[in-house]
Design a protein around this ligand. Structure first.
Ligand code: 5AD
Ligand code: SF4
Length: 448
């Protein structure tokens, strides 16, 4: 009999990828995806630990799921509840203790064991905890194929992080750096394209530190991997995220010049423009290193659009340090960016330092975001009047409208038939908003 699976995904694209793999893992056991937790046979919360009060949010979500489980039990049926992801990794014991109705708790490096964990939970009546970092690489145990990809697909190539920025939980929740062998990545890329994907975004916590086994016996960097993937026929667009400025090496910069499929958009978090703060964050680069890297990238690919992450109010950040961040932003010019107030994550080094008062954090964040928003609006406004190839992904909100992405990752709305989904077409941009563009199909029609 068909069983129903509901997965709620929090946080980063890596979690989106992991959730899809979990669905693949349980599909052979008869679980089909459902878009509501009510009545589901298996509910998985795939959690994120990067933001403040992450665990509290999970416990409150679990309160609601528990009621659904009880309602189901009254009908004599069983709902299994799993907590996966980084909160599970960091706070597994606490979840088992505080939420005994949760059947399974497992971290990002153990989810390939999901079928086995399910069997154990059914047998032992719940309380199954697996927050180990298994010796066997997870990727060797994930099923091939599975759910059909969309027009744009994610492909995880690297996981974990050895950088230990002093604010960040990732090295603790995702574990040490691991790069998938290139042959495995290429095979998955080919499968995605055969399934209809025309754009692939390679994922990794620290993706430009990729150093996997190549298909030629050498160790490959990310640039080698991109070159190999660019040879897959009908794969029109490649992207990758997230990068560290330290690992932006010459071959990768050259890849931005040479690989036509590599889209001119790069998310390259800098976090701060102050050398003092960067040192305290253990970022291991200075603001000028970042400026130089961006210069080299722009020499390689003049129209490269940049995105970044920023943290304001890091312990010890003075008003002057913050001004240095604003200066850096003004100089570089970002197409979009994410910015956050520093929030102490238990167990990370910066959490133990003297904290910046909340009011100062709030004021700095507002000022930074106003500047970043002005830059984003200006970037979008500059597209008006130009014609860009847009990869259409889905129907729009209104009838007769389709939505896709520009090479620079801007959302683009256009009036066109749904048949255009999955195609790249030239769009003349007529209007720009804060977060998207709108235009009309160029009479020349489909570009590819
Ligand atoms: N406080 C605020 N922001 C954080 N980030 C990571 N950890 C913290 C923290 N403790 C931000 C960083 C990172 C992004 C994914 O989240 O900017 O690049
Ligand atoms: Fe976290 Fe990125 Fe620093 Fe690694 S490089 S510790 S993932 S912020």
């Amino acid at each position: 009999m068909q069983k129903r699976l509901f997965i709620k995904t929090y946080g980063c694209q890596m979690n989106v990828y992991d959730s899809a793999r979990m669905a693949d893992l349980v599909a052979p056991l008869g679980y089909a995806p459902s878009d509501t937790p009510a009545g589901a046979d298996l509910v998985i919360l795939n959690t994120c630990h990067i933001r403040e009060k992450a665990a509290e949010k999970v416990f409150s979500e679990l309160g609601g799921i528990r009621r659904l489980k009880e309602a189901k039990a009254k009908r004599g049926e069983r709902m299994l509840i799993a907590v996966a992801g980084c909160v599970a990794q960091a706070e597994g014991d606490e979840i088992v203790r505080r939420a005994p109705f949760v059947d399974m708790v497992f971290g990002p490096q153990a989810y390939h064991r999901l079928p086995e964990l399910l069997a154990r939970a059914a047998r032992e009546g719940g309380g199954v905890l697996d927050t180990s970092f298994p010796a066997e690489p997870k990727f060797d145990h994930l099923p091939a194929g599975g759910t059909a990809p969309g027009v744009t697909a994610f492909l995880s190539v690297q996981e974990g992080c050895d950088k230990f920025c002093t604010f960040c939980v990732v090295p603790y929740t995702r574990g040490a750096e691991f790069s998938r062998p290139a042959a495995q990545v290429i095979a998955e890329g080919e499968r995605l394209v055969a399934g209809g994907a025309r754009e692939i975004t390679l994922l990794g916590q620290n993706i430009n530190a990729y150093h996997g086994a190549g298909t030629d016996g050498r160790e490959w960097g990310l640039a080698d991997l991109l070159r190999a993937l660019a040879r897959i026929p009908r794969l029109d667009r490649l992207r990758y995220t997230t990068s560290h400025p330290r690992d932006m090496d010459e071959p990768l910069i050259a890849a931005h010049r040479d690989i036509e499929q590599l889209m001119p958009f790069l998310h390259l978090p800098v976090q701060s423009g102050s050398d003092r703060v960067l040192a305290a964050m253990n970022r291991r680069h200075r603001a000028d290193d970042y400026r130089r890297t961006v210069e080299r990238l722009r020499r390689a690919r003049a129209d490269l659009a940049l995105s970044s992450d920023f943290i304001v109010g890091f312990p010890g950040e003075s008003e002057l340090d913050f001004r240095a961040t604003l200066d850096l932003v003004s100089e570089i010019g970002f197409a979009q960016a994410f910015s956050f107030k520093y929030s102490a994550r238990p167990g990370t080094p910066a959490a133990a330092e003297q904290q910046v008062p909340e009011a100062a954090k709030g004021a700095r964040l507002a000022e930074l975001q106003a500047l970043l928003q002005r830059q984003q609006r200006a970037f979008n406004a500059a597209a008006v009047g130009t014609t860009m190839p847009v990869l259409f992904e889905r129907p729009g909100r209104h009838d007769g409208q389709v939505v896709g992405r520009s090479p620079y990752l801007q959302a683009v709305h256009a009036d066109a038939a749904p048949a255009l989904i999955g195609q790249i077409a030239n769009v003349r941009i007529a209007a720009a908003g804060a977060n998207s563009l709108a235009g009309a199909l160029n009479e020349a029609g489909a570009a590819a």
